[in-house]
Design a protein around this ligand. Structure first.
Ligand SMILES: [Mg+2]
Ligand SMILES: [Zn+2]
Length: 220
């Protein structure tokens, strides 16, 4: 059996959501408003992110990097990742964040960022405004980055899917495609999938390792 791990980045690999940290520090405007609309199902995350990042009037890469450099990775992540590599699982990061900061955070935390396949959007600055470069075309779910399509590709290549995540953008791909779902305790994904037989709640990556090993009956 071939397994592919599809893992969210912000709030899952990192202890804090980088996008939320950036928005909180770079604008005083009410960006939560758009998250609430997503929760109510009134708009997709694509529309939400365009509006939210558009609220930042003016910034610089140095302002952004200062905030990004304060983001910590779950200290148990690297051991988990090394273990999945050793037992031959494919590892893909699926994120609504930006490649630029994902790579920077991984490398800040001494994680070999060039080893990862990262399915995420990117950003650039245009006269101090943040502009988004989308990885995927607009989909029927209006995803900022269609995590569903990335996971589907792996599923179609006959991988069993282990989905790891915490937030709103993880609900649809996990629910529709995953064989095993790890959801961070007390967060939106865990709440939304309560009662689902595939759901396993986790606190950190050492917890995932133990539970996955048990689930798959692995000796390593
Ligand atoms: Mg997340
Ligand atoms: Zn989508």
């Amino acid at each position: 059996m071939r397994y592919a791990i599809c893992c969210d980045f912000d709030g899952t690999i990192t202890l804090m959501d980088t996008g939320k940290a950036l928005l909180t520090k770079l604008t005083d405007k009410d960006w939560h408003f758009f998250d609430d609309l997503v929760i109510k199902g009134e708009i997709g995350t694509r529309e939400a992110l365009v509006n939210q990042w558009g609220m930042i009037e003016k910034t610089t890469m140095s302002d952004i990097n200062k905030i990004v450099d304060g983001i910590k990775v779950d200290p148990t992540f690297i051991k988990f990742y090394e273990w999945t590599k050793k037992i031959g699982m494919k590892f893909t990061i699926v994120s609504d964040g930006f490649i630029t900061y994902i790579k920077r955070i991984l490398s800040n935390n001494k994680i070999p960022e060039d080893e990862f396949e990262i399915k995420a959007n990117d950003m650039r600055l245009d006269k101090g405004k943040i502009k988004l470069d989308f990885l995927t075309a607009q989909c029927t779910h209006d995803c900022a980055n269609c995590k569903y399509s990335h996971v589907k590709q792996l599923k179609d290549s006959r991988y069993k899917i282990v989905y790891i995540g915490d937030g709103l953008s993880d609900i649809f791909p996990a629910k529709s495609l995953a064989d095993i779902i790890f959801a961070k305790e007390n967060e939106d994904l865990a709440k939304e999938l309560e009662g689902d037989s595939r759901l396993i709640i986790f606190s950190d990556f050492s917890d995932i390792k133990e539970k996955l090993r048990e689930k798959l009956d692995l000796i390593q």
